[in-house]
Ligand binder design. Structure first.
Ligand SMILES: Cc1ncc(COP(=O)(O)O)c(C=O)c1O
Length: 490
């Protein structure tokens, strides 16, 4: 069901939200309108009953936000421009569920864009942050917690012998590239169309995520001289990489990639066939042969597809690895690390400069340690559970699409996947771009109104957490059954 449109409306939603924020108090449910009942369809045979949810407060908060932030957001992917409609404002979240400013509840399938693998407000993480905060939020000096988390990262990622903590994935990839250039004395970087590695100048060329979502060919403000140092090649195409090395002998410093693309929607690397190597091992061999570094960007896949990320899943080694998202347990953390010989080029040991006021922040380290140590201790349960739940929901929804006659291609690796609105296959960005984004938009809006919040772009991966279970899967498939009717009806 969708929530009826007869909710009580607070006279001044902005004032109300402000007061809540100022007091810091938990919102009192007694004064806030709650949905009358669960936000889902339970009756498979009923005709489409998706009604727009009342989002009066979210709407007012969005209008206020637009006075301050371009597009009303602090990260463009949060805007709903690609799917239509206005984004709900989130007030709180628990487990697999988000609650918006109007009291509507949603099953969360974007998980803060990846970090929330253990669900929202996971008690050990909350406690770790609370405990750390009592000792001060930041020192700007070293703490034992940094090496505590590093020990865990190195144990999960054997390719990482030494590392640095930074505060975002963008900083991690930007720093890894600087090191690769310093280590090789070369300038050119190879990346792949649809891969997103953060918003550093040289990495926005033909990037995924918001750059693909909004159809931006690169970014204004990136000097041509910088963009020219980035070669963007089709993903899953080893001959294109061979040709790039042949065309730029001795000039390519590094190849950087998402080992499983998430930022063009989910696109796995091609496996080995008939004597030809798989995509990842092919890249490893080519870069080693050519003296270029292989930078595997596991900001999204690290701890997500396996404890040791895609490197573990596919048995690949890398020169440099970048991490983010899960490693910070929901707080801002990025990592770049790799072979000692490269990492020791960093200041203060070597000539490559990199620094950060809040790098290794004690709250972020505490959240990261709580998250990663839980994953390490429970890997044998966590990853099979994520696989089973993701399989059930991803395939269940795809089956509803088939039943409704909606062309759809499901790409999934563990708990990250995308329903591409195309008959497929999707093995690179050009194929992903054939998707019917208008149909995806209709699907997204209908799902949101049924209480299921998907990433608001065809070119983003969905994620779930260990807090998702049978209830969420059943409700999501039932919602999709109705949503596909809405897709077909227009
Ligand atoms: C693979 C990958 N690399 C890098 C980044 C950039 O990370 P951040 O947004 O923390 O700067 C992202 C963000 O989504 C990502 O998915």
């Amino acid at each position: 069901m969708a929530i009826e449109d007869d909710q009580q409306v607070i006279a001044d939603p902005i004032q109300f939200a402000h007061t809540q924020g100022d007091t810091g108090a938990e919102p009192a449910d007694s004064i806030r309108p709650m949905p009358k009942s669960s936000a889902f369809y339970t009756e498979p045979t009923m005709s489409s009953k998706i009604h727009a949810l009342a989002r009066t407060r979210s709407h007012a908060l969005q209008q206020r936000a637009e006075r301050f932030f371009p597009g009303g957001v602090n990260s463009p992917v949060r805007a709903f421009r690609a799917v239509g409609g206005a984004p709900p404002f989130v007030e709180r979240a628990q487990g697999a569920w988000l609650t918006d400013a109007d009291g509507n509840r949603y099953i969360d399938y974007f998980g803060s864009w990846g970090p929330m693998i253990l669900g929202h407000a996971f008690p050990p993480v909350v406690e770790a942050i609370e405990r750390a905060a009592r000792n001060s939020a930041s020192f700007g000096a070293s703490t034992a917690a940094e090496a505590d988390l590093a020990e865990r990262v190195v144990a999960c990622f054997p390719a990482i012998e030494k590392l640095r903590f930074v505060s975002s994935g963008t900083e991690a990839t930007m720093s890894a590239i600087r090191m690769a250039r310093a280590a090789t004395g070369r300038k050119i970087i190879v990346k792949f169309e649809g891969c997103y590695h953060g918003h550093a100048d040289g990495l926005l060329v033909k990037a995924g995520s918001g750059v693909a979502t909004f159809g931006i060919p690169g970014s204004a403000g990136v000097p041509e001289e910088i963009a020219r140092l980035t070669l963007a090649l089709p993903y899953n195409d080893l001959p294109a990489v061979e040709a790039a090395f042949a065309g730029h002998p001795g000039a390519i410093a590094a190849v950087i990639l998402e080992p499983i693309v998430g930022n063009a929607g989910c696109i796995p690397p091609l496996p080995a066939v008939a004597g030809a190597p798989g995509y990842l091992s092919g890249l490893r061999a080519l870069t080693a042969r050519e003296g270029a570094l292989l930078i595997v960007d596991e900001v999204m896949t690290g701890f997500r597809v396996a404890l040791g990320g895609a490197l573990e899943l596919y048995g690949i080694d890398a020169d440099l690895v970048t991490l983010g998202k899960i490693v910070g347990g929901g707080l801002p953390v990025g990592v770049f690390g790799g072979k000692r010989a490269f990492m020791d080029l960093l200041a203060p040991l070597g000539p490559v400069y990199q620094a950060g006021t809040l790098s290794g922040n004690p709250l972020a380290m505490a959240a990261g340690i709580a998250t990663v140590s839980y994953l390490q201790a429970h890997a044998a349960q966590v990853y099979p559970r994520l696989e089973a739940t993701a399989k059930a929901v991803a395939e269940g929804v795809a089956a509803e699409a088939a039943r409704a006659g909606v062309p759809l291609t499901l790409n999934r690796i563990g708990s990250m996947w995308t329903w591409f609105f195309t008959s497929g296959p999707v093995t690179n960005y050009a194929q992903a771009a054939l998707s019917d984004t208008a149909a995806f938009g209709r699907f997204h809006r209908a799902m949101l109104d049924a209480g299921v919040w998907l990433p608001p772009s065809q070119f983003e991966a969905a994620f779930l957490s260990t807090a998702h279970g049978e209830e969420e899967v059943t409700a999501t498939i039932a919602a999709a059954r109705e949503a596909f009717k809405a897709v077909q009806a227009q």
